[in-house]
Design a protein around this ligand. Sequence first.
Ligand code: DX5
Ligand code: ZN
Length: 221
Amino acid sequence: MQPYFIAPSILSADFARLGEDVDKVLAAGADVVHFDVMDNHYVPNLTIGPMVCSALRKYGVTAPIDVHLMVQPVDRIIGDFIEAGASYITFHPEASAHVDRSLQLIKDGGCKAGLVFNPATSLDALKYVMDKVDMILLMSVNPGFGGQKFIPSTLDKLREARALISASGRDIRLEVDGGVNLHNIRAIAEAGADTFVAGSAIFNAPDYAEVIAQMRAELAQ
Ligand code: DX5
Ligand code: ZN
């Protein structure tokens, strides 16, 4: 198992002071910046695009940026995020007409590629592309909004995904996104996750460093 990554979702950050808030959460011990891209088409909400990713890089953010695409179509925005300094780019297989091509576009751009699975979507799409995937992201809420409740069936699905990763023998991160908090992070890790997206649980806390330290303490038990 790889070391645990805490990936705050900036969907819950202060957008009017985004650079400062991202610096603050990284200084508080976060490993990765989770960047939610919503298009009001694939999901019923509208957020941020490549210009904001590029602005964070220009501002001086050097941590990995984990771009979670909730957009359709997928391919035409991939190049823009590669240019903008993304580190990981993940997308939902049902949002791409040609999943293998989209993964290859990401990899050709030098980024790490991943597939995202909604709570009711099976992991079947992984079968023929495990060799191209660097990350598997399981949604533990229906995508579109922060602050929702963790869907418990994700735990079984995490075990299923972890078994697929072990069988592949490849170095693939297993990320979970939605409703992750101090009370459930340990059970989520025990089910096989190594990368934890948390938006409201971190950005709504009065002290980012304290909540991240508490999460790490839960993971260390
Ligand atoms: C939901 C997004 C999540 C969201 C998580 O569609 O993909 O990344 O920000 O927020 P919390 O941690 O509040 O559930
Ligand atoms: Zn996300």
